[in-house]
Design a protein around this ligand. Structure first.
Ligand SMILES: Nc1nc(=O)c2c([nH]1)NC[C@@H]1CN(c3ccc(C(=O)N[C@@H](CCC(=O)O)C(=O)O)cc3)CN21
Ligand SMILES: CC(C)C(=O)C(=O)O
Ligand SMILES: [Mg+2]
Length: 282
């Protein structure tokens, strides 16, 4: 029995209840303690520690180099920074190749980051993996459509479900992942009509990114929302702030103030070597 039920962490059951009463799920990424706290306090239901960490935080070109240790370290920081949101951590490239490998990775992530669930990219072939993890008590979010870990195989970041067979494959995958026990399903860059159809077919919430408004929730990379990027954000992202500009102004002001500081000049290197007395080091 919780003494303060209003501050307890949300669970898979809360997310399921939201789907049933038609309340959209707000999901946003975070990778560190301070941003996780801000996002949590502002009312996001699920904080995703995305493997977009690779692009956004670590400066990689794709998510492929991100390791399980990277995800665990940042996942743990996000968990420590949140109290209400459910925290879901992406299983990175190469860690969900088969049910047993994925289970080992999922157990490590759950035990070492203390998060409340994991997300796994992939279609119908991933269903046995989702089943294995959920049977062991690990909540799983599916992720279909554009799956960035497969970028080298896909050949780019483009929209999915454009042809009738492609749309049907997405529908089949969505149903298979739900049947395997996924409690939510990310639809990334799926043709909006197909995303809306999948949303209507599923009992679990679909969480869209670049897939239109007909999803049961939305997810975005927090840096794309805040205008804090080094490379251009995907076109589906509508920034609500320009933090890069705010930071640039503040840092320029700081640099200017530092440059205006009056201080006693240090002795020339020649003089210092000869042991002559100069001003004390700060
Ligand atoms: N900052 C950021 N935001 C993301 O949403 C994101 C990442 N990083 N890194 C990991 C993946 C990669 N994702 C991406 C990356 C690029 C596009 C993109 O550029 N899309 C183009 C279309 C490109 C094409 O048609 O080939 C666009 O205009 O949206 C979309 C999703 C989503 N994820
Ligand atoms: C874009 C979301 C869905 C994601 O997987 C990530 O941030 O890694
Ligand atoms: Mg991801």
């Amino acid at each position: 029995m919780s003494a303060r039920p209003e501050t307890r962490r949300l669970t898979t059951r809360d997310i399921g209840a939201m789907r049933r009463r038609g309340e959209a799920v707000a999901m946003l990424t975070a990778y560190d303690h301070v941003m996780a706290g801000l996002v949590d306090a502002a009312g996001v239901e699920i904080v995703l520690v995305g493997d977009s960490l690779g692009n956004v935080v670590l400066g990689h070109e794709t998510t492929v180099p991100v390791t399980l240790d990277d995800m665990i370290r940042h996942g743990a920081a996000v968990v420590r920074g949140t109290s209400r949101a459910m925290v879901v951590v992406d299983l990175p490239f190469g860690t969900a190749t088969d049910p047993d490998t994925a289970l080992r990775a999922g157990i490590r992530v759950m035990q070492e980051s203390l998060c409340q669930g994991v997300k796994i990219e992939g279609g119908a072939s991933v269903a046995p993996i989702v089943r294995r993890l959920t049977e062991q008590g690990i909540p799983v979010v599916g992720h279909i459509g554009l799956t960035p870990q497969a970028v080298h195989q896909l050949g780019g970041y483009y929209r999915h479900g454009k042809t009738a067979p492609a749309a049907q494959a997405l529908i089949d995958a969505a149903l298979a992942l739900q049947d395997a026990g996924a409690f939510a399903l990310v639809l990334e860059m799926v043709v909006p009509e197909v995303a809306a159809e999948i949303t209507g077919l599923l009992d679990i919430p679909t969480i869209g990114i670049g897939s239109g408004e007909g999803c049961a929730g939305q997810v975005l990379v927090v840096n794309d929302l805040l205008g804090l990027n080094t490379s251009p954000a995907p076109s589906f992202a509508r920034p609500r702030a320009n933090l890069a500009e705010i930071i640039d102004k503040a840092v320029r002001a700081y640099v200017g103030e530092v440059k205006a500081t009056r201080f006693a000049a240090t002795p020339a290197p020649e003089a210092a070597r000869k042991g002559r007395k100069g001003p004390a080091l700060v």
